[in-house]
Design a binder for this molecule. Sequence first.
Ligand code: CAO
Length: 312
Amino acid sequence: MTIETLQVPDSTTRIAHASPSVRLFARELGVDVAKIKTGSGRKGRILKDDVKNFVKKVMTEGIVAIGAGIPSIPAVDFSPFGETEIQKLSKIKRLTGQNLTRVWLNLPLVTYHEEADITDMEAFRNALNAEKTNGELKITGLMFIIKALVAAMQQFPSFNASLSADGESLILKKYFNIGIAVDTPNGLVVPVLRNVNNKSINELAVELAEKSEKARLGKLLPADMQGGCMTISSLGGIGGTAFTPIVNAPEVAILGVTRAKMQPVWNGKEFVPRLMLPLDLTYDHRVIDGAEGARFMATLKQNLSDIRRLLL
Ligand code: CAO
């Protein structure tokens, strides 16, 4: 017996039991009838309604693993181990989960870690905040990071791009919109700050405060979350030393930020205390190669370490 005859046909090679008109209908919708496990007709015949239900299922549940040969995680009965309670995931968590899974399965992701010396930036930020009167919005380091990131994207156009659906070309964007991951009681949302290159630090601070408030109240509109070029996920207000954020496709890169920390840094003669900011860049390796990622981060690091560069 040959190896071929031993192989059990999988869903992609199985001959589906369906009439020519149903096959035509499925083809029009881009559905491979072989992927519909059983039909509801006589002897498992696939009917038009089965095709419709299949499409509905894919659209609503975001089944991304079909045909990818990825085994699902089996359901486990936890009752022998102790008491449990079922908590429904919020709609945001469900949708985010589907999107993250899709990205995880489709994009070859690499995360690169770097540190920027933000001692001078922090001194400037504190001086600016000290000038603010009561009630005026304080500026966090994130506003400088947004500006420094856009300056780096202007030098490295492939970071401000999306891969075409056929994977054959890059769509280069001439606008600079930055998504900011915001933590809300219902899950993660990413409002987009538009045309960041044309806005001041103060304007960005006001806009982010408004959008993150709206996000936490669940009042963001779909349009508020569309059109991003690159996303920043900042956990610096909470802590951390490094993490590996997942790209918000069709963007090609995401910047992760964790908590800045005073560290002894060797200046050639002595150790000096410097405030170091950990940065994590995850990128789509189909678009950005390792050296380009490292150069991009070196530029971002320079921009943050000497924010006068943002004037250039
Ligand atoms: N290092 C040290 N301190 C930092 C810091 C950093 N990298 N980032 C923020 N801080 C400080 C701020 O200066 C602020 O200090 P004060 O209270 O003394 O003014 C405090 O931490 C809180 O900052 P913040 O988080 O409220 O403000 P922000 O502008 O830095 O961030 C926002 C705004 C909306 C991004 C943030 O509130 C948020 O939601 N973060 C979570 C994002 C998230 O969940 N990401 C994970 C996604 S999974 O990929």
